[in-house]
Write a protein that binds this ligand. Structure first.
Ligand SMILES: [Zn+2]
Length: 271
């Protein structure tokens, strides 16, 4: 289906689903590892063991994982949840993919458009050890499984807010073209690198034909109020059920806003 046809059909289905979707939890992860490396930067690691436990818990609570394409294609199930993984680390193939198969769950992985980027070199100047990114054959195997949907995350993991407009546009548009060439179907969502965006970036993502712009811990509380500013929550590496309930509760977005008022640096993500 073309981007335009998908948008028209998807909008109708989404409008019908939205009343039940307002509290759609969207979780954000990055790396899935056997062991969290000592002194690692940021909270971007989740152990395979803890993710296994979390998926088991979500299953028990009746959550059903959906992707953004699912939301466009059919009405959402009664307790939907979206699991997202940014940057496209190879460990997503090694550790996440087997867990998705085990639990029969789905995830969305945000990839760079430039397949020649071998690792997270955008973090190198902060002293992060290089982590390899997914190879093309791993991406295609996961796409074929139907358990993983891929979205865009720019060509080179640039801070789009700092780029001149033509370069910013290339990062967004070329990423879509590249991924659609690889996957052979429309790519419907785009996660802003580092979670950074402004109105021009949002508009460019929409004009490029993405139907969802994926932010980090801000954006409207309710899913669907602004599809180009879709809010996610980030779980800490040792998160259990309590943290999940708290961060997906109605109170949490208000708490985040309060925190940012007292400490504006909170929410300055660097992923
Ligand atoms: Zn990223």
């Amino acid at each position: 289906m073309s981007n335009g046809a998908l948008a028209i059909q998807g909008n109708e289905i989404l409008r019908a689903s939205l009343p039940g979707l307002k509290r759609l939890p969207i979780l954000m992860f990055h790396r899935v590892v056997e062991e969290i490396p000592p002194g690692s930067l940021y909270d971007i690691h989740f152990t395979r063991q803890n993710l296994d436990k979390l998926l088991f818990f979500l299953e028990g609570k009746g959550y059903e994982t959906v992707t953004f394409e699912d939301l466009l294609a059919r009405p959402a199930p009664p307790k939907p949840i979206v699991l997202t993984f940014d940057d496209g680390y190879e460990d997503n193939y090694l550790h996440l993919f087997p867990l998705l198969k085990k639990h029969g769950m789905k995830a969305v992985i945000y990839l760079l458009g430039d397949r020649a980027v071998p690792s997270n070199r955008w973090d190198a100047d902060k002293g992060a050890s290089p982590a390899p990114l997914l190879h093309q054959n791993q991406i295609l195997e996961m796409a074929r499984s139907g358990l993983v949907e891929f979205g865009g995350h720019s060509m080179s993991h640039s801070n789009l807010v700092k780029l001149e407009e033509p370069a910013m546009k290339r990062e967004i548009v070329d990423c879509k073209k590249s991924l659609e060439g690889l996957l052979g179907k429309p790519v419907v969502s785009f996660a802003y690198p580092y979670g950074f965006f402004n109105e021009t970036v949002k508009r460019t993502v929409a004009e490029a034909g993405y139907l969802f712009g994926i932010a980090v811990e801000w954006g409207p509380d309710h899913f669907g109020r602004d599809f180009m500013e879709t809010r996610r929550v980030c779980l800490s590496p040792d998160a259990g059920p309590m943290e999940f309930f708290w961060k997906t509760s109605r109170l949490y977005p208000a708490f985040r806003r309060l925190l940012r008022r007292f400490s504006p640096r909170i929410g300055q993500w660097s992923y």
